[in-house]
Design a protein around this ligand. Sequence first.
Ligand code: KIV
Ligand code: NA
Length: 275
Amino acid sequence: MKTKLDFLRMKQNNEPIVMLTAYDYPSAKYAEEAGVDMILVGDSLGMVVLGYDSTIPVTVDDMIHHTKAVKRGAADTFIVTDMPFMSYHVSKEDTMKSAARIMQESGAHALKVEGAKDVLYTISELTQAGIPVVAHLGLTPQSVGVLGGYKVQGKEAKEAKQLIQDAIKCEQAGAIAVVLECVPKQVAKQVAERLSIPTIGIGAGADTDGQVLVYHDVLTYGVERVPKFVQSFAKINEPILQGLSQYVSEVKKREFPKEAHTFSMKEEQLTALYG
Ligand code: KIV
Ligand code: NA
């Protein structure tokens, strides 16, 4: 299993780091088999798996439940789990309790938190408690209401400068990596150059040290449309719908099950049964 030091070395060697989200046993198994370097159990699970329209309703229990399944599917991959909405903002005690629960009950290797400012203190406290922390800057979906929508962040010089400063502070606070979501490529490049920890981009261009995408977006699985920054590497919605429709149709027409799918009794047993 790759760990923090491998990711650092990969950055130094200019070897792209591939991160992918996973939320359950099969997605984790496929992610590991495909060779992803690290798995993110993202709170995006609220949207792509649970059907909420944002990540806000996701709970610590949800994150633990899904991370446990991911662990069983990818025992040999570094797993980062999102701390969900408001699980690291109420008080230090509350934050540490949520973090300890996720680490101990789910077996995650690291936690991810969104934002800088007050969250910098959280990054530092968690790190001091022995928990590797991944920071997340730019578009931070847990603050969608404050940001006013899912929009590109850091397009203006002042905002960009702040973002670069925030990223530096995340590294100083002890973060092992920074996710940059929906920022101009020029800003992401700056951050990647200024930090010694890896930057993992999503909608942040080609100059970050790694890329992360949502499993369901990569495969076009259960999602109606994907954001601009996503490439659909497969369209599994089509074979899924095709297969399911055929199942429905064959049962309706009594074409399934066929003899090959059927169990039968021996003649003598039948005689004994009916006399
Ligand atoms: O929850 C998630 O999937 C994420 C990634 C998009 C970075 O935070
Ligand atoms: Na997330």
